[in-house]
Design a protein around this ligand. Structure first.
Ligand SMILES: N=c1c2ncn([C@@H]3O[C@H](COP(=O)(O)OP(=O)(O)OP(=O)(O)O)[C@@H](O)[C@H]3O)c2ncn1[C@@H]1O[C@H](COP(=O)(O)O)[C@@H](O)[C@H]1O
Length: 110
């Protein structure tokens, strides 16, 4: 198994890229372009992921999901968030089961 610390290492790299010369790297350029450009990439990579899955090409699917994960990490970083925020939410959900989860989702809506 690959150590999931890679998510944290990439997130740290993204923090380091903020404010650096846009010409210095793909990530620095995308960060410099701002939210709309990042969202466009997330949308494109999501569509490419769907297409790869429909093609039944598992290697291509892994490649596209990696692109999608990377660009969602860029989005999180741009919004002042990081992988730990998402992992904490997944961990929270792991502790919620069945009816409790339904109650959590509808809490405060009545
Ligand atoms: N994991 C990634 C990663 N995954 C995908 N990509 C880039 O995301 C882009 C994917 O978009 P496309 O397939 O549409 O390719 P493209 O034509 O270059 O994109 P556009 O110019 O059309 O937007 C490619 O340029 C990939 O190189 C990534 N770029 C960087 N990283 C990580 O981020 C680190 C820092 O990256 P740089 O700052 O760019 O060196 C790297 O060391 C990696 O660990």
């Amino acid at each position: 198994m690959i150590n999931p610390d890679i998510l944290y290492r990439i997130a740290q790299t993204l923090e380091d890229r903020k404010g650096t010369d846009p010409a210095s790297s793909y990530t620095a350029k995308l960060m410099d372009k701002g939210l709309d450009a990042i969202l466009k990439k997330v949308g494109e990579e999501a569509v490419e992921t769907v297409m790869a899955a429909k093609d039944g090409d598992r290697l291509h699917l892994v490649y596209e999901v990696a692109d999608l994960w990377f660009h969602t990490l860029v989005l999180l970083s741009h919004q002042g968030l990081g992988p730990n925020d998402v992992l904490a939410e997944l961990a929270r959900r792991e502790g919620i089961s069945g009816i409790d989860e339904k109650n959590a989702r509808t809490a405060g809506k009545e």
